[in-house]
Design a binder for this molecule. Structure first.
Ligand code: SAH
Length: 262
């Protein structure tokens, strides 16, 4: 039970990848009724803050420590505020949300999470591809290169690459050479298609298509160093070689449709 008797709450909201129309209706309604907003200013589109009531205090968390963010949550909810914590994309991917959840649990402050459109899906939309094609890959791996945050050895990119699935790599474009090296080491062919999507869904979105052989030079030439998704795998190949779906095959019977004889 709540030790901190309060009507305040914290709502974690996925802001989506950038385009302000890509927040959910539920997320935008939370912003409309927020008493205070803490947003990840480095990636969240500030246009979204216009959904708030005029005068709503909005704090950019880019320059704040975890302790400062938590203090804003504690003080605000004590006063009964509804606080929206706005995270880019979907909060569950590289959102640093667990440490906030844990603190709120400790303090018995009620909180909830509203999902968002991750940049991985905005990137797939930008390239107009499907990650899961029959006979090509039925699995999508979401990962990153180790940076200042380490990646467990068993999940090293070269290890994951051995599965030859569709892959989306976050937080790694600044080290494109190392990404390609690990993918080749893991066994992807040099001719494997790869795409880099920078600022997916923003007006200045950029899409580069290449192969493991050509992409490093293209990324360098374009000067892309951050805020990009790296998509890898044969699902990107426009000429395909995939099998068509069973679900929409006229001869295939399922719960909602009787198949015809060939
Ligand atoms: N929770 C976010 C990811 C935060 S980590 C999400 O679900 O998208 C930040 C990384 O996400 C960036 O380094 C980049 O790899 C990716 N990213 C975020 N926004 C992006 C965008 N609009 N286009 C491409 N990549 C993006």
């Amino acid at each position: 039970m709540s030790q901190n008797k309060t009507d305040g709450e914290v709502i974690f909201v996925g802001a989506g990848p950038g385009d302000p129309e890509l927040i959910t209706i539920k997320g935008s309604r939370a912003l409309e009724r927020a008493d205070r907003v803490i947003y990840a200013g480095s990636l969240v589109n500030p246009e979204l803050l216009k959904l708030c009531r005029p005068g709503t205090p909005c704090h950019d968390s880019a320059s704040l420590t975890l302790e400062e963010v938590l203090a804003l949550m504690l003080d605000g909810t004590k006063r009964g505020e509804t606080i929206v914590r706005l995270h880019t994309g979907d909060p569950s991917m590289y959102g640093a949300v667990k440490e906030q959840f844990d603190y709120l649990e400790e303090q018995a402050i009620p909180y909830s999470v509203i999902p968002g459109v991750s940049s991985v899906f905005a990137a797939a939309a930008a390239v107009k591809r499907e990650f899961t094609l029959p006979d090509i890959s039925q699995t999508l791996i979401l990962t990153r290169l180790a940076g200042r945050t380490p990646v467990p050895e068993r999940e090293a990119l070269a290890q994951l690459a051995r599965h030859q699935t569709s892959m989306a790599i976050f937080l790694s474009v600044q080290d494109m050479g190392a990404v390609v090296e690990a993918l080749l080491e893991g066994g992807y062919q040099a001719s494997t298609p790869i795409a880099v999507v920078a600022k997916a869904s923003w007006p200045d979105e950029e899409v580069l298509f290449g192969t493991l052989e050509t992409i490093v030079a293209k990324v360098q030439a374009a000067g892309i160093r951050k805020q990009a998704q790296i998509l890898v795998g044969d699902f990107l190949d426009p000429t395909g070689g995939y099998a068509r779906s069973k679900l929409y095959d006229p001869t295939f019977t399922h719960e909602y449709r009787q198949g015809t004889d060939r």
